[in-house]
Design a binder for this molecule. Structure first.
Ligand code: ADP
Ligand code: ZN
Length: 733
């Protein structure tokens, strides 16, 4: 008879402990196996943490513990080998500890869907099928606005992947109404197209120096800072080669794979079948295959996005995070982990080097490198010594910059666009907001179109002629008149990508314009199609959100225009300036990457704001020095650590009460150098009927409060109607 200590599949704080089950079969069961269990009368999945043989009989055990252990049978044992190795198990518990997250929730984030410790994984596909949605009938009578939104999406792109269509229940309704139907197609398992292997470039002297500095550095974590176009990728490839030939494996992390297909291509063309790709765009079946190929040692290099930091490589020698500053490395729901921090934990545990690459490192990373906590290497020059683009800042408050032609695009920008079009060169225009009008109101009665479920402003989308809430997803059809007074002369304000496209098209009617934003990107193949078509010269101008600013290498782009640089500056986060700086620096860096000289124009209402001025110059050091002063004065990272506690409840009074109680408890402890900010009412204080309040903890010494906070959280987790989510190192507030 053996006793199994089992975690249940439920990732709540109050269940974050093991439960005992008895087993008396012949089939092997070991720690890190999944087992089917009965939990509180329901079938559930369990994850075995430990096994203890016992000589006691069930009645003896019952007597000793005061209750009977439930028994599982051979049929309940799912795996034949442990799901993860010792290193990953240790990593999971470190991550759970650091992020105050239930261990099972980390294990679930770590494993691909079909291996995940949750009951639904048993239905996970072993053969990869894909469901597609095809249009049957585009008429909209009798449909709700949500349904119409989806129908218009399908009509425009039919057929589309089911998972890209959106809500399953809305889709269900459309199927019932015979507007669309589902096609089932067996999907070819993921295959990197067999291509001829690339011969490595010879490294430049700069690259060689950085390469050696990285290899020779005694530090575990190293920052590689290199301006855009300085050839960081080539250094990654050479380093990977070196570690592979030493018999080690390599993990290459990128922020978002579908925005950086180039990185996958570079690696697979250099290393062929040794490369495995892991990212959310794969079907569960593909992911499962790739995962197995890594786990059994067939692939020695993994290129992947955030969750690939948990890839089951053994003997790992090098972990690289490209564009380490990008915020998508942080998961924005529980367990809220950041791939950079996890990579550092993993590197430490497995003795691997961690290389953080960026042109504009995060302040946290840069500060650690400056203090000598991390090693440092740099690439100061662009390959071929190309000068950085010539950049001009246009003051939007100075109306003499505008002609009658346009209120949004200044005369200097229009002249430059024309010049580039004449020379058959390409232009990128960044406007970091999607939609057409970003606000609609009634000049007659003052009615403002706001979201009934969260209060946010509604944005009008020309593509499907819908008003949408960018926060919670609410949609409604755009009425031609004010719902309050019936006036028809509605005022439409603000602009996003769609309207800039329209304006540019009107002004340059013979130019070919493409748009790229997350509306287009909802159908993921459109992202690659658009980028590829632009690269091939099928478009002259690419208008888009930050999606166009990241990492692409378009040799024929010689003008980068930022239509409105100020959008990010007013966001309620301590990182507003950092985000703005990065976005502008990245956008400027897209221009002039090959032989032709590049230019950039930045339109702004705040021409003297330091984030914009330094961004335009791509002067990271200048920005860094200035922003560090701001952070010091306001006491934000990297000067302090942050933990964000979000209280949520259907009952507003209880929510407020809990947040005050919690604050009082912490303050009563008299921790030195722990500041509790709040309770704050977040900008979106009500989402889907749940009220929210926030506490922000600022502190310098984590060890001092970690244990205390853990206890406090488990005490509060049983307070019924108020739930608390905890976000360690939050990127907002
Ligand atoms: P970064 O990632 O630093 O912005 P990339 O790695 O994209 O820069 O390199 C910019 C360009 O320079 C790419 O087109 C790349 O192929 C080219 N390149 C990089 N290293 C070399 C080299 N050693 N010799 C020739 N071309 C190189
Ligand atoms: Zn909303």
């Amino acid at each position: 008879m053996i006793i199994l200590d089992v975690l249940t599949q439920y990732g709540t704080r109050s269940l974050d402990r093991t439960f005992s089950y008895l087993y008396n079969g012949k089939k092997k069961v070991e720690p890190r196996f999944r087992v089917r269990i009965d939990f509180a009368g329901h079938p559930a999945m369990g994850f075995v943490l430990a096994v203890h043989p016992t000589s006691q009989t069930p009645p003896e055990l019952e007597k000793e513990n005061g209750y009977a252990f439930k028994e599982i049978t051979e049929d309940d044992i799912i795996d034949e080998e442990p799901l993860i190795n010792d290193h990953l198990m240790l990593l999971a518990s470190q991550v759970a500890d650091y992020y105050f997250a239930p261990l099972i929730s980390v294990l679930q984030a770590m494993l691909p869907q079909s291996l995940s410790p949750r009951l639904s994984s048993l239905h996970g596909p072993k053969v990869a099928y894909e469901k597609w949605v095809a249009l049957l009938d585009a008429s909209e009578e009798g449909l709700t606005d949500k349904q119409i939104e989806m129908l218009r999406l399908v009509a425009k792109n039919s057929p589309i992947l089911k998972k890209e269509a959106g809500s399953a229940s809305i889709l269900e309704k459309l199927i019932e109404a015979r507007k669309v139907r589902i096609l089932l197609q067996e999907k070819m398992r993921f295959q990197i197209p067999p291509e001829e292997l690339d011969v490595p470039h010879e490294m430049t002297l700069d690259q060689q120096a950085a390469y050696e500095a990285i290899l020779e550095s005694p530090k575990e974590v190293i920052l590689l800072q290199g301006v855009t176009g300085s050839g960081k990728t080539e250094v990654y490839l050479h380093l990977s080669d070196k570690f592979l030939s030493d018999g080690k494996t390599v993990l290459m992390l990128v922020p978002e794979i579908n925005l950086t297909p180039a990185m996958v291509e570079y690696f697979s063309r250099r290393f062929g079948p040794k490369v495995a790709i892991l990212h959310s765009g794969l079907t569960p079946g593909e992911r499962y295959d790739e995962y197995r190929r890594i786990a059994n040692g067939k692939a020695q290099i993994v290129v992947g996005a955030r969750s690939a930091v948990f890839a089951p490589l053994s003997n790992i020698g090098l972990i690289i995070l490209d564009e380490e500053h990008v915020e998508s490395y942080k998961q924005d729901n529980s367990p809220y982990y950041h791939a950079r921090e996890v990579a550092i934990m993993r590197g430490k545990d497995e003795g691997a080097k961690v290389l953080l690459g960026s042109a504009t490192p995060s302040l946290e990373t840069k500060a650690r490198a400056s203090r000598g906590v991390y090693g440092y290497a740099e690439l100061k020059h662009r390959i071929n010594e190309k000068a950085l683009p010539h950049t001009q800042i246009i003051d939007l408050t100075d109306r003499s910059n505008f002609s009658k032609k346009s209120e949004k695009l200044s005369q200097p920008l229009l002249l430059k666009i024309q010049e580039k079009l004449d020379k058959k060169e390409q232009v990128m225009l960044l406007i970091n907001r999607r939609g057409y009008w970003t606000g609609v109101n009634c000049p007659n009665c003052g009615y403002i179109f706001t979201c009934p479920s969260c209060g946010g402003n509604l944005t009008y989308h020309q593509d499907d002629q819908m008003l949408k809430c960018h926060h919670c997803g609410f949609v409604e059809r755009f009425p031609a008149q004010c719902p309050n007074c019936g006036a028809t002369n509605l005022r439409r304000v603000g602009y996003g990508t769609e309207r800039v496209v329209k304006e540019v098209q009107d002004l340059f009617p013979s130019s070919r314009i493409a748009r790229l934003d997350s509306d287009i990107g909802q159908i993921s193949r459109n992202v690659e199609l658009t980028l590829r078509a632009f690269q091939n010269g099928e478009y002259d101008i690419l208008v888009g959100t930050q999606m166009i600013a990241k990492g692409h290498d378009f040799p024929n782009v010689t003008l980068s225009g930022v239509v409105l640089a100020d959008i990010g500056l007013s966001l309620p986060t301590y990182r507003a300036s950092e985000r703005t700086f990065e976005l502008i620096a990245q956008a400027v860096g897209r221009s002039g990457r090959s032989q032709k000289e590049g230019e950039a124009l930045i339109q702004t209402y705040n021409p003297s704001h330091y984030a914009i001025v330094y961004g335009a110059r791509q002067d990271f050091e200048g920005f860094y020095a200035r922003e560090m002063q701001e952070r010091k004065i306001t006491q934000y990272p990297p000067y302090v650590y942050l933990i964000l506690l979000e209280f949520g409840s259907a009952n507003e009074t209880k929510c407020v009460q809990a947040s005050y109680d919690f604050k009082k408890e912490i303050e009563s402890q008299d921790f030195e150098a722990v500041t509790v900010v709040g309770p704050l009412t977040p900008y979106y204080a009500l989402t889907n009927g749940r009220h929210k309040r926030i506490l922000l903890l600022k502190f310098k010494n984590r060890d001092l409060i970690a244990g205390y906070l853990k206890n406090l959280l488990s005490k509060y987790s049983s307070r019924g109607s108020v739930d608390i989510s905890i976000n360690v190192d939050p990127l907002d507030y």
